[in-house]
Design a protein around this ligand. Sequence first.
Ligand SMILES: O=P(O)(O)OP(=O)(O)OP(=O)(O)OC[C@H]1O[C@@H](n2cnc3c(O)ncnc32)[C@H](O)[C@@H]1O
Ligand SMILES: [Mg+2]
Length: 202
Amino acid sequence: MKEKIIFATKNRGKIKEINMIMEDTNYEVISMEDAGIDIDIVEDGSTFLENAIIKAKEVMKIADCIVMADDSGLEVDYLDKAPGIYSARFGGEDTSYRIKNKMIIDKLEGVEEKDRTARFVCAIAAVFPDGEVLTTRGTVEGIIIHEERGSNGFGYDPIFYVPEYSCTTAEMDNESKNKISHRGKALRSMKAKMESHRNGCK
Ligand SMILES: O=P(O)(O)OP(=O)(O)OP(=O)(O)OC[C@H]1O[C@@H](n2cnc3c(O)ncnc32)[C@H](O)[C@@H]1O
Ligand SMILES: [Mg+2]
């Protein structure tokens, strides 16, 4: 039987991607919703990593299995790496991504191509019932384009263009995005770390 992992997120876009990446493991990933856990977690850390650990530990207080969490966001170099850890709250928590994306585009009005660099960052924390914490991080580099393109993915995907693939992450299917994304990289590193952890060599 597969070992259960609760993924401490309320973001359905993340869960979809994570389930695809974890499909070939001995773990069954379930969402907080599936686990019947409905708590609001205050993300008051000062880094992606701190926030990922906060989320995982908060859910661990009421769980009896491995808990994993992802804290991620968009860093725009021209905006001094904003919105960064405030990506979900940028422009207001309930503001639509159509508007958030437009706000980023507007802030970059007149900015040349070479200065429109950005990256998605993802930190993942896994907390084990014995208190052990494993962490990983992944990034993907891109540039902010001038209008939304594509309708896959979620959040800032429609304005995040990856030059090597000549498309935005919203124009990729989930499988292609997972291959190159911050979340895909961080989660594959986590899979490898958990494998060593299982074998007793930490
Ligand atoms: O905290 P949880 O419940 O996991 O869900 P969340 O949506 O609040 O997630 P974060 O706190 O980690 O904030 C991440 C923000 O960065 C954006 N983001 C993260 N990964 C992304 C991706 O792969 N594509 C597009 N936007 C992404 C996302 O839309 C959020 O605004
Ligand atoms: Mg959040």
